[in-house]
Design a protein around this ligand. Structure first.
Ligand SMILES: Cc1cc2nc3c(=O)[nH]c(=O)nc-3n(C[C@H](O)[C@H](O)[C@H](O)COP(=O)(O)OP(=O)(O)OC[C@H]3O[C@@H](n4cnc5c(N)ncnc54)[C@H](O)[C@@H]3O)c2cc1C
Length: 381
């Protein structure tokens, strides 16, 4: 394999896949490295909003979600303490990460990127005009060291690409919740397609959505103590669904859940000498209706001009400008989600919000519209 690249993208999730595509279509020599083999399932609610579509459109992939058979979403069904509140969703789609992430990788390959699966990458030392990256392919294969002018770290929530002592590695906040997810293949009709079903409990929430293949995707966040005291993730999910007054999916007991690391986190720096961070690697705020992937995609489509500029001299001004770009594109938009997730952890505030929403549905409806409003920055790029 070539020993020197214009850009190495670490992680083929939504941020890395789109960044690899956009860099490759601009004629850069791109290596996209992914530690898992694809297609792969991952913990995620699988819901895309209009901002995700706007980012894909800006990158020249306006039909990617629909071409994969995504299920249109038009309703958000909230459940809390046996009460339910139905709100209209201003456009959204449910699509499995197996299909979406694979489609992005295919687009990146078609644009000229080279893709290596089952290869874990670690950022190494600076070198003249670039950064060294260590690749660890599947067990038994030799370790390789290659160089890139720029490295994009798009390795998700809890990656080990950068040493934990570096300011660009992310730290979880105290009291952060754990993410969890599972897939249920059932013939249950309690959870109809076209809606995000969101059960809010005292110590977590569970989101359920029907994917394009009919399977029920469950994605949740729990207080870590709730997982321990309930006797496992499936039990914690059962408790939340019961508290919310939602039906228990028939195969819930035999479901196989996967846990994530502590969710709420933030990296101290979003770039360093010849590398940029994007997507969840920069930090994580709990999403509600498809914001997470929209933020990651917005960063994925914004980074290519920085990569092009960094093919020459590296300046700390690039690092500063990437930070400002991320703040305007994503960090500032994460505030409402952050406030909402804090409020929904307080029983009295949840009760007040829910009663208010039941009496005046226009109030939560306005919040949903605000979360889903297409960023003018995306619309104009
Ligand atoms: C419970 C839960 C529900 C969610 N629901 C939604 C939702 O409905 N809608 C929404 O928009 N967002 C949702 N999100 C958020 C969304 O999943 C993330 O924001 C999004 O996946 C971030 O994309 P990313 O590309 O930054 O990281 P990821 O999608 O996590 O991709 C990172 C990739 O990097 C790879 N990798 C990691 N380390 C290395 C390494 N060293 N070398 C090579 N490869 C590596 C990983 O294998 C992975 O494929 C949810 C998240 C959680 C936890």
């Amino acid at each position: 394999m070539q020993k020197s690249w214009d850009v190495i993208v670490i992680g083929a999730g939504v941020a890395g896949g789109l960044a690899a595509f956009d860099c490759a279509r601009r004629g850069l020599r791109v290596l996209l490295v992914e530690k898992r083999s694809f297609p792969r399932w991952k913990v995620c609610g699988c819901c895309f909003n209009a901002n995700a579509l706007a980012a894909l459109t800006a990158a020249g992939l306006p039909n990617l979600i629909r071409d994969q058979g995504a299920v249109p979403l038009d309703q958000l069904r909230l459940g809390w303490s046996g009460k339910s509140l139905n709100l209209a969703l201003p456009g959204g789609w449910a699509l499995s990460r197996e299909r979406f992430d694979q489609a992005l990788v295919n687009a990146a390959e078609a644009a000229g990127a080279i893709v290596r699966f089952q290869t874990s990458a670690v950022l190494e030392e600076m070198t003249t005009g670039g950064r060294m990256v260590r690749l660890r392919p599947s067990p038994g294969a030799p370790i390789e060291r290659i160089k890139a002018r720029v490295v994009l770290v798009a390795a998700g929530l809890q990656h080990q690409v950068i040493p934990p002592s570096h300011a660009a590695s992310s730290r979880s906040m105290p009291e952060s919740r754990l993410g969890a997810g599972c897939l249920i293949h059932d013939d249950d009709c309690s959870y109809e397609p076209g809606a995000i079903h969101m059960a809010i409990g005292q110590r977590g929430y569970v989101g359920l959505v029907r994917r394009e293949d009919g399977a029920l995707n469950m994605a949740a966040a729990f207080d870590s103590a709730a997982v321990k005291s309930s006797g496992g993730v499936a039990r914690a999910a059962e408790a939340v669904l019961t508290q919310a007054g939602f039906a228990l999916p028939r195969r819930l007991e035999s479901s196989r859940w996967q846990l994530t690391a502590a969710l709420t986190r933030r990296a101290g720096q979003f770039a360093g000498h010849r590398f940029f961070l994007l997507g969840d690697a920069t930090g994580y705020v709990e999403p509600f209706t498809g914001e997470g992937m929209a933020w990651a995609l917005a960063a994925g489509v914004a980074v290519a001009p920085f990569v092009e500029e960094a093919q020459g001299e590296w300046t700390t001004d690039l690092e500063r400008r990437w930070r400002s770009r991320l703040v305007e594109l994503t960090i500032s938009r994460q505030r409402l989600c952050s406030v909402l997730s804090t409020l929904l952890r307080q029983p009295l505030a949840t009760k007040a919000l829910f009663s208010l929403g039941c009496q005046w549905p226009a109030v939560p409806q306005r919040m949903i519209s605000s979360l889903n409003r297409v960023s003018p920055l995306m619309a104009s790029s």
